[in-house]
Design a protein around this ligand. Structure first.
Ligand code: FAD
Length: 487
């Protein structure tokens, strides 16, 4: 991603771009679910959407289904996009709350086109539209991360990026200021550069091992520190959503691709052994496993600085937030946007790094709080993990948001928020926080008119969802990938 977008956007300023990677070390390769801004990144690269889906065995994602999170047996959907038809989601929530408070029961979820379409296995488009996706404003993708990387490698190499298949064995620092001078490779060669982008994964080869930047640990709020992943055969219809199922010591993801389903159990090693996690995962697959389970370890948190001296850390080298809301790949792409906006010259003015770090830290912290909400706002007390999460203190900005919503459904907007009112409303309501009051101004309106407005919106949404193409038909017609070649 970094090499591709830098090659495309820097134009004549770009000089030489080299990617150094070691097949001996390999990639994590499990990032498979995304959020809608990925489409902006692909479009900045100039990729055709259907070609991208074909190349990556991709599918459409309309949101995430959360099972057993607020309590066992309860399911809610966090859709992309807004609620209602032509109304602002926060205003719609107030109308809905006024009916609830007067004893009328009706569903808020049915006011989301993505939610209704996802439940029907459809992709929410206007009836009869050939180019169905063009009429959907809020969707993302599931894809095979390894295939996306291979696709972007081809893209970058076609734009003059060179690739060195070698292991970095040493990092040389300039004695005068501690900037990185060069990397030493395992064949004895030396690579000098002005700017180093550290994409070396959890190890943070440059940002941490060489520059000793430091790490802020968030395990006290997000205690899961392991994952076990396994792909399996597809079974049943192709669901246009990610599923996240809360389990005793964490949660399990299910990500449907064209050629397989990606699965994993993110768990807390304080409460569950690796063997138990693998056994739970293997017992909860849709189809036959395609591989042996693969174990991963992580520490939730972030580097103290993302840009230090002449090194910018991206991806797992910059920090880790568990993939509950599919935000890691997005953070890489945002990091690249900010790097392009603040691109340095050889003097590396510290103000540029300061601004990059200010933005990146705020973004990370806002997303962190959104993820913590899923753990904190739960009625579950059936296992030590959930009891600990219910009892924990959360960061004050999140506590404040929860108080505001619990009082009267007010959604607080903070700078650097990735998730906006519809996202917060979906998860706050879904996790069981029901506002005690509503905006008194709504009581000036005739209740029958409010009911009619919501009924009409609900009916229009259902009609549109039922008329939309089925997900698998859309894929078959527009972007069916070639069957994978057996290894
Ligand atoms: C359990 C789990 C689930 C995830 N799910 C999602 C998801 O659903 N959605 C999402 O957006 N993100 C997800 N992520 C995050 C996503 O996987 C990563 O953000 C993404 O894969 C990028 O990884 P990376 O390139 O930073 O690191 P890696 O994939 O670890 O790549 C590191 C690279 O550095 C190279 N390297 C390392 N050391 C050396 C060396 N000494 N010499 C030469 N080369 C070296 C390696 O060869 C490799 O190419 C998930 C992560 C985990 C752990």
């Amino acid at each position: 991603m970094a090499a591709g977008i830098l090659a495309r956007r820097l134009g004549d300023r770009r000089g030489r771009i080299e990617v150094i990677e070691s097949p001996e070390i390999g990639t994590i390769g499990v990032g498979e679910a995304t959020i809608p801004p990925l489409r902006l990144f692909n479009s900045a690269l100039g990729l055709d959407e259907n070609e991208f889906l074909r190349r990556t065995q991709g599918t459409i994602k309309l949101g995430i289904e959360f099972q057993d999170w607020s309590r066992i047996g309860h399911t809610y959907f966090h859709p992309f996009g807004v609620y209602g038809v032509g109304a602002e989601t926060s205003a719609l929530l107030q109308l809905w709350l006024s009916l609830q408070h007067s004893g009328e029961r009706c569903s808020f979820e049915e006011l989301s086109l993505n939610t209704v379409a996802a439940q029907l296995g459809r992709i929410a488009a206007t009836q009869g539209a050939d180019d169905a996706l063009a009429s959907v404003t809020a969707y993302a993708f599931h894809f095979d991360a390894g295939l996306y990387a291979a696709y972007l490698r081809e893209y970058a190499e076609a734009r003059g990026v060179s690739r060195i298949e070698r292991k970095v064995v040493d990092v040389e620092l300039r004695p005068e200021d501690g900037f990185i001078a060069a990397l030493r490779l395992d064949d004895g060669s030396r690579v000098e550069a002005d700017l180093f982008v550290d994409c070396s994964g959890f190890r943070g080869l440059l940002i941490e091992q060489a520059l000793k930047t430091g790490y802020e640990d968030w395990t006290n709020w997000l205690p899961c520190d392991r994952a076990v992943a396994v792909p399996c055969a597809s079974a049943g219809s192709l669901t246009p959503f990610t599923r996240s199922t809360a389990r005793a010591a964490g949660w399990q993801w299910r990500i449907p691709l064209q050629h397989r389903i990606g699965n994993g159990y993110v768990y807390c090693s304080r409460f569950l052994s690796d063997d138990e996690a693998a056994a739970t995962l293997m017992a909860n697959l849709d189809g036959a496993p395609h591989a042996e389970p693969r174990f991963l370890r992580f520490t939730t948190g972030r580097r103290k600085k993302f840009w230090n001296k002449n090194c910018v850390a991206l991806g797992l080298a910059s920090g880790f937030l568990e993939p509950l809301e599919s935000t890691s790949i997005h953070l890489i792409q945002r990091g690249l946007t900010h790097l392009l906006n603040l691109f340095p010259d050889r003097s590396f003015a510290p103000v540029l790094a300061d601004e990059f770090n200010r933005i990146a830290i705020a973004k990370y912290e806002r997303i962190r709080d959104f993820i913590i909400l899923h753990y904190k706002a739960t009625e579950r007390n059936d296992s030590p993990l959930w009891r600990a999460c219910r009892e924990m203190d959360v960061p004050e900005p999140l506590a404040y948001r929860m108080r505001q919503f619990a009082h009267s459904g007010r959604v607080v907007r903070l700078s650097a928020d990735l998730f906006v009112a519809p996202n917060w409303i979906a998860v706050l309501l879904g996790q069981g926080i029901f506002p005690a009051h509503h905006d008194p101004a709504v009581d000036q309106r005739d209740r029958t008119a409010i009911r009619r407005q919501l009924d009409a919106a609900r009916a229009a949404i259902r009609w549109q969802a039922e008329a939309a193409p089925r997900h698998e038909d859309y894929i078959a017609r527009n972007c069916r990938a070639a069957p994978p070649v057996a290894a």
